[in-house]
Structure formats: structure tokens, C-alpha cells
Ligand binder design. Structure first.
Ligand code: SF4
Ligand code: SF4
Length: 315
């Protein structure tokens, strides 16, 4: 427990809502309980993502990232707005139909840090969004913001699982009321049943080798011929769309409409075989699609075409 610095949790909640987050929680830092991550690695479910085997000590104990830190604040940002597919046969995951969350959320977290610093000049804080060896969903669950669904994603009662998670690790304590939430998956298996290549395994584990999201983004090699992409050329929403908690989740107003329009145009151009590198460059400036190269996107399109009714090749 940090002795020197304290902030009322109500203040953090106000700052979070001001920045557009839909929920926030906090937890005292400690070692991660259990060895679920190591077990997942041992099965080879991280596929070619060898970087996930690095910094295991930090993943197990985030206090090593910042020795004076004592609290992890976890912030949720819903992206449950309208997705666009424009009647295209090709699909892009809904989280990529908006500005890159790595930047937008980091900026919001930094705004919160600046506001806290106005009252606590000795604040030491680091903001993370999918950017450090932090087991984000574990910490969000520990804060009582949701539970780990069978598809390994954080599921919340109010906002479903279309939520980005950001964290602030810092040297201040707070009066966050302990919040625990039960797992509400029950006997439901809809996410498991919806996954075309059976990537969702026992114990809420994903075998990334079989996951469309991995194959279309993280796998730098072409997608194997036998693999079913379900016409996704970037990411996958199938298990999210299947989840009953997403069906009843609060919708948020449409965000980043200019990116959505660009996604629409891109899908149209792919459909008409008119998609070019210039189109890709425009898209990658705006959306998280910047994680892959033009050539990888073309190869993803080609992988879909092997399973779609015959179409001319993309050049
Ligand atoms: S993202 Fe798609 S492929 Fe991956 S586990 Fe979910 S349904 Fe399966
Ligand atoms: S689809 Fe069902 S099992 Fe899967 S995360 Fe949602 S509630 Fe849980």
C-alpha cells in the first residue's frame, strides 16, 4: 500500500467519464495469481508470437515495471457502435473501423495523469494500452469490471465485451470499494460454437494458430490454404457477435465516422478489384490496420478469395 499519496476514487471516476471511458476500477498491485499464462504458452497457443514469451517476470509482477507503484487503475472504453460492412463479402473487425485505440486511449490516459498531477505533484504514473507486458484482462477482472469469458475476452454486464482496456500504474492509493463480479457465462457456448476453426479451447484459452484474428494480423506468413477466414481480411468479430452480453450491451453513439466511411470505400474497392497501395496508405494512417503491411492485406484478400465464389485476382 502506498503511504504517501492518496486520491479519492470518485475523482478518478469523474476524470474517466470526462475522457469518455465507460467504466473504471482499481486494485492494489500484487503478483499475478496462478500460472494460466505460462500454461497457455506451454501449449504453443501463442503460435509465432514469440515476443509473448519475453518479460515473463514483468507479466507476473507489474510492480517490476515501476518499483514505487502500488495501484493499477483499469479503464474501459466501449466500442459497441454500428459496424460497417457495406454489403461487401469481405469483413474487417469492428475495432479496426475507428481510429487506432493505441493512440486515442493513451492520450486520454495521459490527460487523466496530467489532471491527477495538478493535485499530486509527486505522482509517478505510466499509461498502458496493449503496449506493455501486462495481463490486461486479468487486472480488469481483478478490479471487478467484468469476467473472463470462455473466449478469453473480458465480458461486462453493461457493455459486453466490445471494450478496450487501458491501465495506469501509479504510486497513489485510493478508496476504491471492493468490487467482485461472478462469471455469467453459465452453460452458454455460443462463442465456442461460432468459431469456424475451433480456436476456443477448454479453460478459456485461444489457440491462436486457429484464430482468424491471429492469422490475418499477427501471422506474417500467408494464411494456410485450408484455413477458413470466414471472409475476414483483418481481425474477426465472430465470437463477439455471438455473445449474448454483446447483444444486450449498451450501444454507444457512432464514433469515428470518417474512418468508417474509409473502411466502406476500401471494402467496395476490394470488391471491385480496384484496391491499391494508395488506398491502403490512407487507411493505415487512420485505423489500427497499420499493424500489417499492404502485401499482407493483399494476401489476406487472396486467402478469402480461395473460399469465395470465383473472382479475378487482386494485383
Ligand atoms: S476471434 Fe474469431 S477466430 Fe478468433 S476465437 Fe474468436 S471467433 Fe474464433
Ligand atoms: S458467448 Fe457465452 S460463453 Fe462465450 S463469452 Fe459470451 S456468455 Fe460467455
Amino acid at each position: 500500500m502506498c503511504k504517501k499519496n492518496f486520491i479519492n476514487f470518485d475523482k478518478i471516476r469523474d476524470l474517466a467519464f470526462e475522457q469518455g471511458f465507460c467504466d473504471v476500477g482499481a486494485t492494489e498491485l500484487d503478483k499475478v495469481e496462478g500460472d494460466f499464462f505460462e500454461q497457455w504458452l506451454a501449449k504453443g497457443y501463442n503460435a509465432s508470437m514469440q515476443y509473448m514469451e519475453n518479460y515473463l517476470d514483468l507479466r507476473k509482477d507489474p510492480r517490476l515495471l515501476s518499483p514505487d507503484s502500488c495501484t493499477m487503475f483499469c479503464f474501459l472504453m466501449s466500442y459497441n457502435d454500428e459496424r460497417v460492412d457495406n454489403n461487401s463479402q469481405y469483413k474487417i473487425a469492428s475495432y479496426a473501423q475507428r481510429k487506432d485505440y493505441h493512440y486515442t486511449i493513451k492520450e486520454k490516459l495521459r490527460n487523466i495523469i496530467s489532471k491527477i498531477e495538478e493535485n499530486i505533484p509527486s505522482l509517478q504514473a505510466i499509461a498502458f494500452v496493449d503496449s506493455a507486458p501486462i495481463l490486461e484482462r486479468y487486472w480488469a477482472e481483478k478490479c471487478g469490471l467484468g469476467w473472463k469469458g470462455k473466449n478469453s475476452l473480458l465480458v461486462t454486464k453493461e457493455f459486453g465485451s466490445k471494450v478496450f482496456i487501458g491501465e495506469i500504474l501509479c504510486n497513489i492509493s485510493t478508496d476504491y470499494p471492493e468490487r467482485t463480479i461472478n462469471n455469467h457465462c453459465g452453460t452458454c457456448t455460443r462463442c465456442i460454437d461460432s468459431c469456424p476453426n475451433r480456436a476456443i479451447k477448454e479453460n478459456k484459452e485461444i489457440d491462436c494458430n486457429l484464430c482468424i484474428s491471429y492469422q490475418t494480423i499477427e501471422n506474417k506468413e500467408p494464411i494456410p490454404n485450408s484455413f477458413n477466414t470466414n471472409n475476414y481480411i483483418y481481425g474477426c468479430d465472430l465470437c463477439l457477435e455471438a455473445c449474448p452480453w454483446n447483444k444486450k450491451a449498451k450501444k454507444i453513439p457512432n464514433q469515428d465516422t470518417e474512418v468508417k466511411e474509409l473502411v466502406c470505400t476500401t471494402l467496395e474497392k476490394i470488391e471491385q478489384n480496384k484496391f491499391e497501395k494508395g488506398d491502403f496508405n490512407k487507411l493505415k494512417k487512420q485505423s489500427p490496420i497499420n499493424r500489417i503491411k499492404y502485401e499482407k492485406l493483399l494476401s489476406n484478400i487472396q486467402a478469402c478469395r480461395t473460399t469465395l465464389p470465383s473472382q479475378p485476382e487482386q494485383h
